[in-house]
Design a protein around this ligand. Structure first.
Ligand code: ADP
Ligand code: ASP
Ligand code: MG
Length: 426
């Protein structure tokens, strides 16, 4: 990620703390007042406070629905203009709520703190941040409130960073400001062995390495957005995931965890699997009867990549009579785009037919300890089989095993895997 972060070094006695509050913390006026009290409490302890916020809960989805009411194929640029309004409302309300508590606050949109991005609307990448306006306010004793999720490209267009992108805004701000800490607040008090809203036996993980967290996030644990973890790892930002509704210690995501520290956390030779995650945004496409000629896969997948469609698991059947079938998964929210693309590619690629299944989920067991331990795959498959859950596709890496299943079995699959690997035990 070629981000050049322009930073200003300055001597300070107090800490500079970046606090991020997502939609789950900003759902109502009362919740916004709660966020204001938290920011003020930190400022009252003598710290400089930068708050990054998301739109109020449900607002981004509401805006997307409005757009689909007026347009069948909305332009990405206009969608970004629309979605950025959600965070604009949040920063103004929060700044007002902080002022009401007798503190000084100033709100900023992405472009006003110069969060520069490339021009990939909907999933823009941060190129640079000019931290000076923020430092100036902090010097004046103001609490700075920044709109997450948005930036500006080199032509002055508003861009957005992808769903859940306020996490990334907060981590990038923390890196650019050389903040002492970056706190990510949500409706859960940390990172758990699986989504605590899916399984009440989930156990809080006090400390987790960024590499493992990156895998968990990319496999569906939305408590942190994947790119924010990637960024934290790259810029050495330690994250503290906490609850906005309680004061206790949360979970720490540390960029580098020594082998010994990692082993200590897991009981030396102990846990092989750290957590189970689930991605319900999964669809599967099967293309039947593709002529088995060199370059066939490239001709199928290159247009998908050009259309920005992320392909995940891919399986190709052994060819028969010069033709083969290919099955692959894509995020469910782009399945319709993939279908349109396949329709347009059919004449040129000469395949017989294709089918799509949008009611799937990908359930994964993740653990850095897996690499040296045989048998994890077998135990995973056995646990699912014993629960009567058919596995449709499998993909593995050194630190994860993912199984695609019907989405009606997703929560059950999470629970049986959590039990099988005894994740409720420390
Ligand atoms: P925000 O709106 O504040 O960004 P999110 O809804 O994006 O918050 O993230 C918090 C949610 O992440 C929790 O409500 C929880 O259901 C979900 N979650 C998924 N996996 C995990 C996990 N392993 N640990 C904690 N929370 C998880
Ligand atoms: N409001 C945006 C979303 O709903 C960004 C975020 O919540 O982080 O995806
Ligand atoms: Mg989030």
């Amino acid at each position: 990620m070629p981000a050049t972060l322009q930073t200003t070094s300055h001597a300070r006695t107090q800490k500079l703390i970046v606090q991020k509050f997502g939609g789950s913390s900003m759902g109502t006026i009362e919740r916004i007042q709660n966020v204001a009290r938290r920011a003020v409490k930190t400022a009252a302890e003598g710290h400089q406070v930068v708050v990054v916020v998301s739109a109020m809960q449900g607002e981004t989805d509401r805006l997307l629905k409005l757009a689909s009411g007026v347009s069948t194929r909305p332009a990405d640029r206009e969608i970004d203009v629309l979605l950025a309004t959600g965070e604009q409302v949040s920063i103004a309300l929060l700044a007002l709520a902080i002022c009401e508590l007798g503190y000084k606050a100033r709100s900023f949109l992405g472009h006003q703190v110069e969060i520069r991005t490339d021009s990939t609307h909907g999933s823009a990448r941060i190129r640079s941040i000019k931290a000076d306006p923020v430092h100036e306010c902090l010097r004046k004793g103001e609490i700075v409130v920044i709109a997450g999720f948005q930036g500006v490209d080199q032509h002055g267009n508003i861009t957005t960073l992808g769903r859940g992108g306020s996490d990334l805004s907060a981590v990038a701000m923390a890196a650019a400001l050389k903040a002492d800490s970056c706190e990510i607040y949500s409706d859960v008090d940390g990172i758990y062995t699986t989504d605590p809203n899916v399984y009440n036996k989930a156990r809080k993980i006090p400390r987790i390495g960024s590499e493992e967290m990156l895998e968990l996030a990319s496999l569906g644990a939305k408590v942190l957005q994947t790119r924010s973890v990637e960024f934290a790892l790259k810029y050495n930002v330690t994250l503290h995931c906490r609850s906005s509704f309680s004061d206790g210690e949360g979970s720490w995501v540390v960029p580098e965890m020594s082998g010994l520290e990692d082993a200590e956390m897991k009981g030396l030779e102990g846990a092989v699997v750290t957590a189970v995650s689930c991605d319900k945004n999964t669809a599967k496409l099967t293309v039947v009867g593709i002529p088995d000629t060199p370059g066939a896969a490239a001709r199928l997948f290159a247009p998908m990549a050009d259309a920005g469609i992320n392909i995940d698991v891919i399986i190709q059947n052994p060819p028969q009579e010069g033709r083969t079938d290919v099955t692959f998964t894509v995020p469910r929210n782009v399945a319709d785009r993939a279908v349109q693309l396949l329709e347009s590619l059919q004449p040129a690629l000469g395949f017989h037919s294709f089918s799509v299944d949008k009611s799937l989920a990908k359930v994964s067991v993740v653990g850095a300890g897996m690499v040296s331990q045989p048998g994890v795959a077998q135990r995973t498959f056995a646990a699912l089989g014993d629960a009567g859950i058919s596995i449709l596709l499998i993909s593995t890496s050194e630190i994860k095993i993912s199984c695609v299943v019907e989405d009606r079995f997703a929560d059950l699959a999470v629970r049986v895997l959590h039990d099988k690997f005894e994740l409720e035990k420390t």
